[in-house]
Design a protein around this ligand. Structure first.
Ligand code: MSP
Length: 662
């Protein structure tokens, strides 16, 4: 069973940012999952070097473009290594193997009569490296690169007959619903194809940085036509026919949603023209934003993945990106949320489980757990979770795969709370039950670690070591290693906490370019632990993942979720009516470290002057909103029966402004 997957190749005009890293991390999770599932996997990544912006950046740095690209390759590889990305091959578009493939494919299309000479006149966005229609522009600018005015170009170009392949490409999509996923991407593309296609330029005139067209060497191949060919070049197209014969087509191209059109329309048409097989699937993932802003190198709002990986190591970052973002949809990274999830998923939940098991095994059984069969409730939970994990990962619902692994972790923690091993340890007659409980927890944790291997490779290996699994992690296989094993004893290793809880929180905008840093604030630990893992407060051993509102109403929210709402004491300094509003008052409050304007719907209950000097409670981390033309930077807590104006929630006047409500 073979599986060949690729990511987009990156422009090297600047270092990777968290968005480009997201793609590589998720593709790496897929590659590692396929290996775990027993596929002979080939995972390709690379750099896209023939871009005008790359050329410009080299010139700005006073370097010859190739030397600049060499330098960037080292930087990219270093970042991918920091993130534990396990690619098997890394291609650069300046390599001879790639040039040979580009020559061959363009020549094939030309010989087929699908490339002709013409004149292009229109807009070109250098950052997208794409020709733009007037209707694509917003106020004359590219919607993705608002700081850069598109260029008006008029030049002799070679064109590819994309229009000729419209029917065939559309038919391919219709006959193969899995060809482009997820569904929203597929629907967008079907609409585009139904609207018809125009021929596209495949060359640029008057440029030296690029691959010359074999049949017209004064022109270089348009960077997108050039770049797409990397996927075939890497498996021998144009250089090693026998390898190409066995290794092509690709099973999966993982790319961002902005470039799915190139992969699901232009690339299939190129392959059809050249008489080559089409890849099995293109997956267009969503965007990762940073604190709600589009991450962009050109807008200066990007986040360096190395900085994030340095905070807690690569695995917590990988877990966050995979578990918190529904794969295919958009997601957001904020430092606060990242730390919160780290504490919830890793420090309090998985990490706590590893430590508690080790502490209990050490204290009650000197680290040696005899085989105790099993097949109880935990075994059933694990078996069902493995099934959900496989189905989800096969369908590229990576977030659901991660959630399935954590269902086992949650179940282990619940099992400890229910069985209370520290109580069993007190009575000799419960010794057999204690053996079973400890063994089952160790086995549940082992299976969770196997499932987490693609997402958190190093942590999974460490957990397996600690629960006494002697399999070499590279040899792990789902079929063999995910079923429950009840018949071998375990040596449990006791070591330091894998993910100590973090206390300091970094504010998001400290990292956004140009924004001022705000001081961090203290967070407090909700669960204290004794060395055996016995909770010293009657809290659940681990905080559950945040549930949707309906589920939260049923099960309650965790302490972490409550602490996610920043409630603070504030003092009203000024109050005035909001013009033309019967309900709203504009308050200026002292929130401890700063003054804030807050618009409150309490005009029916108070005259503005009565409020001055009142101590109130505010929601300090609510997104600012503009009400009747006034920007409100928070919310004041108030309550009242239906139909009556709300009155303020009382607060002791002696509490100083800025104090956190907890
Ligand atoms: N060089 C082209 C791809 C050619 S593939 C034959 C390119 N390069 S890029 O450096 O701009 O982007 C590389 C990948 O990162 C693309 O798949 C792009 O969609 C993805 N992302 C760029 N910013 C992103 C986010 N903020 N979030 C998620 N993915 C993002 O396009």
């Amino acid at each position: 069973m073979r599986f060949y997957l690729t990511t987009a190749i990156d422009y090297v005009n600047s270092r990777p940012h968290l968005g480009t890293a997201y793609e590589k991390i998720t593709a790496d999770v897929i590659a590692r999952y396929k290996r775990l599932a027993g596929f002979e996997t080939h995972f390709l990544m690379g750099n896209d070097e023939h871009s005008q912006n790359v050329y410009k950046r080299a010139v700005e740095r006073g370097l010859e473009p190739h030397a600049y690209c060499d330098q960037m390759e080292r930087e990219f590889r270093a970042v991918w290594s920091e993130l534990d990305i396990s690619f098997d091959d890394f291609i650069r578009t300046t390599e001879p193997r790639h040039k040979a493939a580009v020559h061959r494919l363009t020549q094939q299309c030309f010989d087929k009569g699908d490339i002709y000479e013409g004149e292009y006149e229109g807009w070109y966005c250098v950052s997208c490296e794409a020709f733009k229609q007037e209707r694509d522009l917003v106020d004359g600018a590219c919607p993705l690169h608002t700081t850069q005015t598109p260029e008006w170009i008029r030049e002799k170009n070679y064109f590819f007959k994309l229009s000729k392949y419209r029917d065939a490409v559309l038919a391919h999509h219709q006959a193969n619903p899995a060809f482009l996923q997820p569904e929203p991407r597929r629907n967008e593309l079907l609409r585009l194809l139904e609207g018809g296609l125009e021929d596209i330029s495949v060359s640029r005139a008057g440029q030296s940085w690029g691959i010359p067209l074999p049949f017209a060497p004064d022109n270089v191949v348009y960077v997108w036509f050039d770049a797409l060919i990397n996927y075939a070049a890497a498996v021998g197209y144009g250089t090693d026919p026998s390898r190409f014969e066995t290794d092509w087509p690709a099973d999966l191209h993982v790319v961002g949603k902005d470039i799915t059109r190139f992969h699901a329309v232009v690339w299939p048409a190129m392959l059809m023209s050249a008489g080559m097989a089409l890849p099995s699937q293109v997956f267009g993932h969503g965007w990762v934003n940073f604190s709600g802003q589009r991450m962009s190198k050109s807008l200066g709002t990007s986040l360096d993945p190395s900085d994030v990986a340095r905070r807690f190591g690569p695995d917590p970052l990988r877990l966050y990106l995979v578990k918190e973002i529904a794969y295919g949809g958009d997601g957001d990274f904020t430092w606060e949320r990242y730390e919160e999830r780290y504490n919830v998923d890793l420090a309090n939940n998985l990490g706590n489980l590893v430590s508690r098991l080790a502490a209990m095994a050490d204290k009650y059984r000197a680290g040696q757990l005899p085989a105790a069969g099993g097949g109880g409730r935990l075994a059933q939970v694990a078996e069902a979770a493995v099934g959900r994990y496989r189905t989800s990962m096969d369908a590229l619902a990576l977030h659901e795969g991660a959630a399935a692994a954590f269902q086992i972790v949650d179940a282990c923690n619940e099992f400890i709370a229910e069985t209370a091993p520290w109580t069993l340890a007190k009575r000799e007659s419960d010794a057999g039950r204690l053996d079973e409980v400890l063994f089952e927890v160790a086995e549940g944790l082992r299976i969770a670690a196997v499932l987490l291997r693609p997402i958190m490779p190093a942590s999974s290996a460490e957990i397996l070591r600690r629960v006494g699994d002697t399999t070499t992690v590279d040899a792990l296989r789902l079929d063999r290693d995910s079923p429950w094993r009840g018949h071998d004893g375990r040596q449990i290793a006791k070591s330091a906490a894998m993910w100590p809880r973090v206390e300091e929180s970094v504010k998001n905008d400290a990292i956004v370019a140009g924004a001022t840093a705000r001081p961090g604030r203290k967070k407090e630990s909700s669960v204290q632990e004794t060395p055996t893992g016995e909770p010293s407060v009657p809290a659940a051993p681990a905080a559950p993942a945040p549930a949707p509102a309906a589920a939260a109403a049923e099960t309650g929210i965790s302490f972490e979720q409550f602490m996610g709402v920043d409630l603070r004491v504030a003092k009203v300094l000024e109050a005035e009516a909001v013009p033309k509003s019967k309900k709203l008052l504009k308050l200026t409050v002292d929130a401890g470290t700063e003054r804030r304007t807050i618009v409150a719907g309490i005009a029916g209950a108070y005259q503005p002057e009565e409020l001055i000097g009142r101590t109130v409670v505010i929601v300090a981390n609510l997104k600012p909103a503009t009400l009747m033309g006034v920007e409100s930077q928070g919310m004041v807590l108030a309550a009242g029966p239906d139909g009556q104006p709300p009155t303020l929630i009382a607060c002791d006047e002696s509490i100083p402004p800025g104090t956190r409500v907890r």
